[in-house]
Structure formats: structure tokens, C-alpha cells
Design a protein around this ligand. Structure first.
Ligand code: FES
Length: 165
């Protein structure tokens, strides 16, 4: 089946089986291996990418569903020679240990910060605009879809709080 994927601003025409997930298409067909396969069941968030700016577990989504979508992976956020502010904050705050979950954490946090700035409600607070800042509790709730088995959560939350300032 033919599908055209727009990833990090580049267009890719693929002939792909309908059963192939977006995660497998990104990694195996496009060589974008920053998105990781942790659980492959939508539970860990290691595979998080942005689809039209919204967070999606790419292991749960079929590649053929994303014709005409704008997909952003960690490679589209920043590369080692040109890190984004949030990536630099993860480094400076020790927001990782083994690093396997880090791409998904950073992709997810990129959207989480935007969602909070837009005033999208979370379970912790009805509106960030009412709180004035992104609290530790608020960040934890907004990032609850991304697990870190090394439990580097304090550094992850500190990095996100810095980037959101
Ligand atoms: Fe997709 Fe875990 S690999 S949520």
C-alpha cells in the first residue's frame, strides 16, 4: 500500500504493508532510530512522536493512517550538534540515566510545555493560567505517560521546569 509520510519536514513515499506501525516505519524504513521500542503496547512512552503537534505512541498507530500528517520525531527537535533548549536542560539537570526513554521523554515534554502554556487543563489543575507556573506535581501529571525504569524523575521534572520558564 502506498503512503506518503511527512517527517521532520521531509516527505517520504513508501510502499508499506497496512499492518506496519508508525514506529516500525520510522525506525526500519526511514532510519529514524531515535524513537525507541520499549513495551510495544502503549504503556511506556519510549516511542512518543508528535503528530500535528499532539503526542502519539507510535507503537500503537499504523503508518498508513498518517498520510498528510506532520510527524515530528526526536531527530526533528534537535540533534547532537544542535541541541534544543529542552535537550540541554535534560543534560544539565541529569534528566536521564541509561537514556533509553530520553527521546520519548523529550518529545513528550515538548508537547507538554506547549499544552500547559496554552492552558490545556490537566487532572492536577483546571488551568495552568490560574497557577502561574509549572509545578513539580503538574509536570509529573502531564508526563505520566512516559516511564523511566532508572527512575530519573527528579532530574526530568527539573529539566522540564527550567525549559518552561
Ligand atoms: Fe510504545 Fe512503549 S513502545 S508505549
Amino acid at each position: 500500500m502506498d503512503v506518503t509520510l511527512s517527517v521532520n519536514g521531509e516527505t517520504h513515499k513508501l510502499d508499506i504493508e497496512p499492518r506496519v506501525t508508525l514506529l516500525d516505519a520510522l525506525r526500519d524504513r526511514l532510519g529514524l532510530t531515535g524513537s525507541k521500542k520499549g513495551c510495544d503496547h502503549g504503556q511506556c512512552g519510549a516511542c512518543t512522536v508528535l503528530v500535528n503537534g499532539r503526542r502519539v505512541n507510535s507503537c500503537l498507530s499504523l503508518a498508513v493512517m498518517h498520510e498528510d500528517d506532520e510527524i515530528t520525531t526526536i531527530e526533528g527537535i534537535g540533534m547532537p550538534d544542535d541541541l534544543a533548549r529542552l535537550q540541554q536542560d535534560f543534560v544539565e539537570c541529569d534528566g536521564y540515566q541509561c537514556g533509553y526513554c530520553t527521546p520519548g521523554q523529550i518529545v513528550s515534554a515538548t508537547a507538554a510545555i506547549e499544552e500547559a502554556k496554552l492552558g490545556w487543563p490537566s487532572y492536577v489543575s483546571p488551568s495552568l493560567a490560574d497557577m502561574g507556573e509549572l509545578t513539580d506535581e503538574e509536570i509529573a501529571e502531564r508526563m505520566s505517560g512516559n516511564l523511566c525504569r532508572c527512575s530519573a524523575y527528579p532530574g526530568i521534572r527539573q529539566a522540564i521546569a527550567r525549559a518552561a520558564e
